[in-house]
Design a protein around this ligand. Structure first.
Ligand SMILES: [Zn+2]
Length: 260
């Protein structure tokens, strides 16, 4: 077994990869493997698959994309070429996002072909797994992967422990706190939560991040209601995260969703 894989709970693995310190997951069952996210390119996906081979010789049955951002999906093709029958699972909004991200890099897109609106369940032989859409937040197509018998959730980028949550140009800052409220209902005090970037965390961490995300959402609503212009909002708030960080996309996105 490679030293760089970490078994966060029974046969649930995580490994962190550069660039972007993206976490990829592997869940092992009697019939095969489920993989969470595929890194930034076909070559990186192939390297990931090689590393997965050090864990188990069983076939990869399922790949789940936690959302459409390039660092989580552009290695999908490596799994399709090695396993033509693999299920590529993602939220119903993710294929368009993958086509866009692949187009930007001049790649042939390999989008998810097994789509979910709310939930998908898969059977790995001796255990089952769930992929659940917790609503919009980090992106419109976020999905968390739950392994009930191991009390593990792979959360993608809706939870981030290596830095402030990533408010990008496709985020939903007003709804993001509700995602984590929902996620917390899937967790016990002993759950392992694997973020898309950063070290494994627990329910307390998720609840703490929810408070900060709700703080941002609340301030956005207040500043908007007070008529503070969008380009002054970063300086006017008392944010739990660096104002410059939020000013790039989070604040404009919040204003846009509030209607102006
Ligand atoms: Zn992301």
């Amino acid at each position: 077994m490679a030293a760089d894989w970490s078994e966060v709970a029974d046969r649930c693995w995580v490994r962190r990869y550069e660039p972007y310190d993206v976490s990829c997951g592997v869940v092992t069952g009697a019939d095969g493997l489920l993989v969470v996210d595929t890194r930034c390119s076909l070559d990186e996906g192939r390297e990931l698959l090689g590393d997965i081979r050090t864990l188990s010789p069983l076939p990869v049955r399922v790949v789940v994309n936690t959302h459409a951002h390039f660092d989580h999906v552009l290695g999908n093709g490596a799994f399709r070429e090695a396993y033509p029958d693999v299920l590529l699972v993602g939220h119903e909004t993710v294929p368009d996002g993958v086509r866009e991200e692949a187009g930007l890099k001049g790649m042939e897109p390999v989008p998810p072909d097994t789509l979910l609106a709310s939930v998908w369940t898969g059977d790995l032989g001796d255990r089952y797994v769930e992929a659940v859409h917790p609503g919009r937040g980090h992106s419109a197509g976020d999905v968390v992967i739950r392994v009930p018998d191991a009390d593990v959730v792979y959360a993608g980028d809706i939870v981030e422990s290596s830095g402030p949550p990533s408010y990008g140009t496709d985020c939903w800052p007003l709804e993001w706190p509700q995602q984590l409220e929902f996620l917390a209902t899937l967790l016990s005090d002993g759950s392992a939560v694997v973020p898309g970037h950063g070290a494994v965390v627990d329910k307390d961490f998720v609840l703490g991040q929810r408070v900060d995300l709700a703080d941002v959402a609340g301030q956005l609503q207040t500043l908007y209601a007070e008529g503070v212009p969008v380009d002054e909002a970063a300086a006017r708030g008392t944010w739990p995260y660096p104002a410059e960080w939020l000013g790039r996309a989070g604040i404009p996105r919040g204003y846009e969703q509030l209607g102006g």
